[in-house]
Design a protein around this ligand. Sequence first.
Ligand code: COA
Length: 256
Amino acid sequence: MESALFETIIATAEGARGALTLNRPDKLNPLSSLTLHEIELAARWFDEHHDLKVVVVSGAGRSFSAGADITAFSEAAPMEDRQLGWRMARALDEMRAVTVARIQGWCVGGGLVVASGCDLRVAADTARFSIPEVDLGIPLAWGGIPRLVRELGPALTKELVMTCRPFGAAEARAAGFLNRVVPEAELDGEVEALVQVLLAKAKLALLETKAHVNAVTESMVGTGRSWADADGLFAGLRDQEGRASALAYVERLRNR
Ligand code: COA
């Protein structure tokens, strides 16, 4: 087995299968600038492994990902970091191998962008989703809007992003965001069964299908158009009403 050296994620490849694991379980796998950059690098590293057919994307520990690292959330973030989220999502979209997200526990904000950048999604029935960006006074960035529109449709994307209401695996499945939902104890078995089905397919046909569907959806929702969504994020970080909303959000989080 080959592995690439990263600080916050683990990337491995062996024959036709690979794994990308977000690996800060004690903090619920937050997406810091470093993690975003590492996911982008890992996607390129996987592409160098020409035998790969399937890569399982998961989060270590009890949750998939709690989203953007809120300990590093400020307008003081270096300008060169502004496109990292968008580039991460694009790199996942463009990976040659088929990506299968394995989702348990919380999948929040940017975590949903990671999951929506994967081709297929399998979740535990106990998984919880939320998109709290607007409560944090910022619009959802990182190319999240076109990917959610692509996977959920525009009306539900607007509702979930604007209201920030959490939702469960059953609703995400009904909306078409999840391919399969199973009891938590069966999650690994279900992911493995799906991986085995994919591994048994001819590589060219499998990967061409992924690329073709992506080309079609790209012409439908155009993820490239959101390259400037970091501007809205930056503006939100400077907006007075947005800052007050973020303070209230963090206060609510503290007082749970
Ligand atoms: N960034 C950085 N650290 C985070 C984090 C994030 N987004 N989310 C959770 N953590 C850390 C917590 O601070 C805590 O660290 P500690 O044990 O050192 O105190 C640890 O992860 C566990 O989180 P905790 O809140 O105790 O877990 P929980 O199961 O009670 O709640 C959540 C889980 C996801 C509901 C809650 O952590 C949460 O709402 N986090 C913020 C999500 C968010 O706003 N993300 C940004 C999206 S833009």
